[in-house]
Design a protein around this ligand. Structure first.
Ligand SMILES: [Cu+2]
Length: 570
């Protein structure tokens, strides 16, 4: 073991009362109840680290006071007065025509979240970045100038883009250094809502505000059907305490086990999002999840919801849903009918799990408050909303792939993880928790453990079970026109199993089945979540030549190794 690792171990071990970690959950609970959590919440830790805030429902393992991650902390603009920076502006719509060019900066901005003025990053000084709108089939140009002190790139997520402009450092381009620029030419072959973000230290840069939407409009004005209005909802969270954001890891991400869950939820960068609609309005919501790790379960009070589209296409058939489960990087287009006057709370409604006590409790966080006025909307779309449209063109396009649905997979992936140099007490306490693993990790049930696990100690793995190759050692080679079936199994038998949103660059895929149950309503996707213990079959259409990535879209998992490249020849 390297000297650095020894030092790290000593630091992690420092202050841990190992015996306390080995207590049964009930005993830990008893100790917890006597503790004042708030006292150390605000404590300044050594080296600029502050302990992340604990959920009051969650036990704090005793003896972890003073233990910090093995990496140095990073805060943008350390020592800088935020007042010297321009205040970020809300996202602005940028309609672009074929061949148009947008000049876009990546720069430091001032933002206030939850009452805290912070130095953050912004695209064109906005949060989220500009809402770029481009007609389907066009090519738009974005000239990016990097004005922050870190290298960056832009990945145009979900776009079947020319490989040269996919924004993956070391694969499709060199990172854009501070002061440098890069010109992206973005072909947009598919209508839908996309988004853009960096592919360099996503856990830091994306969390600090580098994300924006790209709306590709169909020439068909009736593409999604009628709605009274459209709203863009960018869902995000931020991990903060009473002093502001908890620092990020400088050389490697913290929160490598579960990803960096925030405790402050936001829509379009604000914590108090509100809407006012008239009674009877059908509102179309374009949802994008830009959080590092959080999967949202979005509910719309008692209002009726139907799901229309997802990442890269409309569904075969519109369908009524109770809520929308949206993993990091996914998008959904939903229509919501606000029939009753009054207030409707759009919320993240989850069943939180307390790993150490093995208990569940419901948790509802308001995302947006919708005031539905008494006055009825002039253009009543109730009848149209009640109709569940079928899209023959979507079905016909998918028909060409049905011959592949039932055949054996071409490739098998299993997801798992390895940990190294985590102190024994942490490992033991993690083992205590394994009975309570939920299929979807809705919240951070172990804030301290999670925070302390860095990408230097945790390796998340995609393993090709046909060859035994893992992560970067996997190399898949295809040709344009290939239709590839991949089976992904998310094993529940690992140190800390967790759901993974799997993202495929440059292509589109269908989720054929989950746990052997056929998907009855298909939609083209670029990202799909595999719950713990589940097996997902996807069918990827290799339509776009080049060298591409496949990875987990939990930022901390990708940076902990959960990625590999594949090539499409032709
Ligand atoms: Cu993952």
């Amino acid at each position: 073991m390297a000297a650095g690792a020894e030092g790290m171990r000593a630091r992690l071990m420092c202050g841990i009362a190992a015996s306390a970690l080995l207590l049964a959950p009930a005993a830990v609970r008893a100790q917890m109840d006597g503790m004042d959590h708030s006292a150390h919440m605000h404590m300044e830790m050594s080296g600029g680290w502050r302990m992340p805030p604990m959920d009051m429902e969650m036990p704090m393992l005793p003896g972890l006071d003073g233990v910090v991650p093995v990496v140095e902390p990073f805060m943008p603009g350390m020592g800088m007065d935020p007042a010297t920076l321009p205040e970020a502006r809300p996202s602005e719509l940028v309609p672009m025509a074929d061949g148009d060019t947008l000049a876009m900066s990546v720069s430091m901005v001032r933002r206030t979240i939850n009452g805290h003025e912070m130095v953050m990053f912004g695209y064109d000084g906005q949060y989220p970045g500009p809402l770029i709108q481009a007609p389907q089939g066009s090519t738009v140009v974005v000239r990016v100038v990097n004005e922050i002190q870190m290298p960056t790139t832009i990945h145009w997520h979900g776009i079947r883009i020319d490989n040269r402009f996919d924004g993956v450092p070391g694969l499709t381009q060199d990172p854009i250094g501070p002061g440098e620029s890069f010109v992206y030419e973005i072909d947009v072959p598919d209508a839908g809502m996309y988004w853009y973000h960096p592919h360099v230290r996503e856990d830091v840069q994306q969390d600090l505000g580098l994300f924006g939407n790209l709306l590709v409009t169909s020439p068909d004005p009736d593409y999604y059907g009628p709605a009274n209005r459209e709203e863009v909802f960018v869902l995000d969270d931020m991990l903060m305490d009473a002093q502001g954001a908890i620092p990020w890891g400088l050389d490697a991400p913290t929160h490598a086990l579960m990803g960096r869950f925030g405790n402050v939820l936001m829509v379009n960068g604000v914590t108090d999002h509100q809407l006012e609609v008239e009674r009877g309005e059908v509102v179309r919501f374009y949802l994008t999840n830009v959080a590092n790790s959080r999967t949202f379960n979005v509910t719309f009070g008692g209002a009726a919801v139907k799901v229309v589209a997802s990442d890269v296409s409309r569904y075969e058939r519109e369908q009524r849903v109770e809520s929308v489960i949206i993993a990091p990087a996914e998008r959904y287009v939903v229509d919501v009918h606000f029939e009753e006057a009054g207030e409707v709370v759009i919320a993240n409604s989850i069943q939180a799990v307390n790993h150490f006590r093995g208990t569940f409790y419901s948790k509802v966080d308001t995302l947006s408050r919708v005031t539905v006025q008494e006055r009825a909307v002039a253009d009543d779309l109730s009848a149209e909303f009640a109709t569940l449209r079928e899209h023959d063109d979507v079905q016909a396009e998918i028909d060409a792939f049905r011959e592949h649905f039932d055949r054996e997979p071409d490739h098998h992936l299993v997801t798992t993880l390895r940990v190294r140099d985590l102190p024994l007490p942490i490992v033991q306490s993690m083992e205590m928790d394994t009975l309570y693993v939920p299929p979807i990790e809705w919240n951070d049930a172990m804030p301290m453990m999670n925070w302390l696990s860095t990408a230097e100690q945790v390796e998340w793995i995609l393993r090709d079970t046909d060859t035994g190759a893992e992560n970067g050692d996997i190399q898949w080679d295809f040709e344009v026109g290939d239709v590839v079936k991949v089976r992904v199994f998310n094993t529940p038998d690992s140190f800390h199993p967790m759901n993974h949103p799997i993202h495929v660059h440059g292509q589109r895929f269908l989720v054929l089945s989950m746990d052997g149950v056929e998907n009855p309503n298909l939609v083209w996707k670029d990202t799909a979540i595999v719950p713990v213990g589940s097996t997902m079959d996807i069918l990827i259409e290799m339509s776009n030549p080049g060298d591409w990535m496949l990875h987990c879209h939990i930022a901390e998992h990708m940076h902990s190794g959960m990625m590999f490249n594949f090539s499409v020849g032709g």
